[in-house]
Design a protein around this ligand. Structure first.
Ligand SMILES: Cc1ncc(COP(=O)(O)O)c(C=O)c1O
Length: 439
């Protein structure tokens, strides 16, 4: 598949390049997909490039690792001789070498190269802009941030303006109210201070309240670890679970490459299970069982199951019955369920609904001591798309106090996650309600 995409891309770019590109002369420099961009009216045609003449650049995400030594992208490094440097690729941690992260890989590197070339030679290609579709980054493509979120952030970051008379006119009343509420929760009312390693207590309370309202089951602030996005939370769990390459993590294929990358970085083994395209990318328990047995027969101790629901890249939304089967499977096999639920707001079909695994497991009668579950959530996705703010959390349930203590210790090594991300996570999980002020 990879080879096919690379080859296809190569052919396309060769066919669509008008004149030789000054920076992309290497054979590698043609691995991308270009397709005609649909024409649609724009409000201003003066500053923007003509849409009709643009071609959409699709940076596919299934390709090889970056071009580490590309002289076109890193010309300054190439001028030096590193032969006496204490580090070489042969002597760094091999786990780092094994780790691949294709969404920021070869195609993206080449796209950046083309972008640079477009600036220098605007007429070199039959398109005049590159649109990065390799990663969900909606604000980079023009999505505007939610006003309420940004107002609260601004007011929390600069509390002096809360006392200014102009603020009432410039900011909404509910944003001002919420900013006061949040600042009251922050020791020293200072967003520039470190917080508790798990995140500000009052913000974790707000998140727990949001989870309770979503699921209809109690949630506890002590179960919440606020993080700089879902990715560091996933890393933290992999660090906790993986002792050696003999430890395996069941992961969906196709998957979001964070999982394969973090398993590789932490030295574990990815145990794949394949989603079934014919059934709308369904997750078959028989497939999980087969893969688990195969892994066991190779001496792999499988420790956890990753489920991405709603799925990326597949977009599937699991049915409740299927979720119950998954919970039973994990319970029977003694697996921690790592539930990536970052796309919980991204459901676009009327007959599907998101149900958290916490809700499903509680509805089955499983409580704190019955089932080990980690749910990942992020401010990067949904209607908010605040990826650059790096906010998220994991809710951990079904772990002993001793394990929680270790989690707390690992979280403490990073001191705390950034405070804007923490505030945003609390807003995402507890957004303003119509005609109701926050309590
Ligand atoms: C399924 C999935 N999980 C996690 C993440 C990482 O999100 P974050 O920006 O919160 O680290 C992404 C990002 O695209 C994703 O698609």
């Amino acid at each position: 598949m990879r080879r096919f995409v690379v080859e296809k891309s190569r052919n396309l770019i060769t066919r669509t390049t008008r004149s030789p590109c000054s920076t992309c002369s290497s054979p590698k420099a043609s691995s991308f997909l270009v397709s005609p961009r649909p024409s649609y009216p724009t409000s201003s045609s003066s500053s923007k490039p003509s849409i009709n003449s643009s071609l959409r650049f699709l940076a596919a995400s299934l390709l090889n690792p970056p071009l580490y030594c590309n002289p076109l992208l890193f010309p300054s490094f190439m001028a030096f001789n590193y032969s006496t440097s204490p580090l070489s690729v042969e002597t760094i941690n091999p786990k780092v070498l094994r780790c691949e992260y294709a969404v920021r890989g070869e195609i993206v590197t080449l796209a950046q190269e083309l972008e640079q070339d477009l600036k220098k030679n605007p007429g070199a290609y039959p398109f005049d802009e590159i649109i990065y579709c390799n990663i969900g980054n909606p604000q980079s493509l023009g999505q505007q941030p939610i006003t309420f979120f940004r107002e609260v952030l601004a007011l929390c970051d600069h509390p002096l303006i809360l006392d200014s008379s102009e603020t009432q006119a410039l900011f909404s009343a509910d944003a001002i109210e919420r900013a006061f509420q949040i600042l009251d929760q922050i020791p020293g009312r200072a967003t520039g201070a470190y917080s508790h390693s798990q995140g500000i207590r009052g913000l974790r309370d707000a998140i727990a309240a949001g989870i309770e309202a979503r699921d209809g089951y109690p949630a506890n602030r002590d179960d919440i670890f606020l993080t700089d996005g879902a990715s560091p939370a996933v890393h933290m769990m992999m660090q906790l679970l993986i002792r050696s390459e003999k430890d395996g993590i069941l992961c969906p294929i196709p998957q979001y490459p964070l999982y394969s990358a973090s398993i590789a970085l932490h030295g574990g083994t990815l145990v794949p299970y394949y989603l079934d395209e014919a059934t709308g990318w369904g997750l078959e328990i028989s497939e999980l069982k087969n893969q688990l047995e195969t892994a066991k027969s190779k001496g792999i101790s499988v420790r956890a199951l990753v489920v991405i629901n709603p799925g990326n890249p597949t977009g599937q939304v699991l049915a409740e019955d299927n979720q119950r089967e998954i919970v039973e499977f994990c319970k029977k096999e003694g697996l921690v369920l790592l539930a990536d639920e970052v796309y919980q707001e991204n459901i676009y079909v009327p007959d599907k609904q998101f149900h958290s695994f916490k809700k499903i497991s509680r509805s089955m009668g499983y409580g704190e001591s019955d089932f080990s579950l980690v749910s990942f959530q992020s401010v990067s996705k949904g209607y908010y798309g605040e990826c650059g703010k790096r906010g998220g959390y994991m809710e951990v349930t079904g772990f002993s106090p001793e394990i929680r203590e270790q989690m707390y210790k690992v979280a403490s090594v990073n001191l705390c996650s950034n405070i804007s991300g923490q505030i945003l996570a609390s807003l995402v999980m507890n957004p303003p309600k119509v005609n109701i002020f926050w309590t």
